[in-house]
Design a protein around this ligand. Structure first.
Ligand SMILES: [Zn+2]
Length: 250
């Protein structure tokens, strides 16, 4: 999970239609006595508006087309859907509320289902003060909550063991990158001319770039990658070597 931000401008279609769509849904709830008793076809039609592309396009772009909870890409975790942070089955008036929308993969969405975040809160990556480093840590491929709300989030979104597999694959990729970097660092000491040293520093810098590409927010599971990379002694040593070299040059 990484900190996310929605565009400041609420999509025009929501500004124009939110009241009308909400009123229609609330009318159906009162006509049939409850949300769950609205006939499926009528309910599906009343709800369909929030999937309008003028809503989904900026929403999905705000999470870099990944799931806001697990950071899976559609290829790994299934299509991204509009998730209602406060479930629409309980908070009908938030069904077309821009602030209530989250891009979520099918797996997280299904797992969270009708969980009432008003009753048992979970983390919202769009919250202003959300800072993943306060809430999550990793032991090998296992995500662990450091706080009660983080543990609830892992539980509610079904993240306990589902991410073992993609995380393990990323650990393998990271190990390969790290090994290349370690070898490049070792070879630096053998370079006996300035020219050879500069070329080797360039190699180390390229290796760091490759490793850091995994940390970009556009990449899947970028928070997990950032965590393991920043805990790597080899990576930190290489960053130190580079910064010393640049200090000498400047
Ligand atoms: Zn997900």
């Amino acid at each position: 999970m990484i900190k996310l931000e929605k565009p400041n401008d609420i999509p025009q279609i929501l500004q124009d239609k939110q009241r009308e769509w909400t009123d229609h849904l609330l009318t159906l709830v009162s006509k049939y006595g409850s949300y769950k008793d609205i006939p499926e076809k009528e309910k599906a039609s009343a709800l369909s508006h929030y999937r309008h592309k003028d809503i989904t396009t900026p929403l999905f772009a705000s999470s870099h087309e990944k799931c806001a909870f697990c950071e899976g890409s559609p290829k790994d975790s299934g299509n991204i859907e509009v998730e209602h942070f406060y479930p629409k089955s309980i908070y009908h008036d938030k069904t077309f509320d821009w602030d209530n929308f989250l891009p979520s993969c099918r797996k997280c969405n299904d797992s969270k289902s009708n969980h009432d975040v008003g009753d048992e809160p979970i983390l919202n990556p769009y919250d202003d003060d959300f800072d993943p480093s306060q809430h999550f840590e990793f032991v090998l491929a296992r995500m662990k909550g450091k706080t009660e709300i983080a543990r609830s989030t892992i539980d509610v979104c079904g993240l306990k063991s589902r991410l073992y597999d993609p995380y393990s694959k990323l650990i393998k990729v990271f190990c390969e990158y790290e090994q290349t970097l370690e070898e490049a660092l070792e070879e630096l000491n053998e370079k006996d001319t300035n020219r050879k040293r500069i070329n080797q520093i360039r190699r180390i810098s390229d290796s760091i770039d490759r490793i850091e590409s995994l940390m970009k927010p556009t990449e899947k599971y970028s928070y997990f990658c950032s965590y393991i990379i920043q805990s790597s002694e080899v990576y930190n040593e290489a960053k130190k070597v580079l910064s010393l070299e640049f200090q000498q040059v400047s």
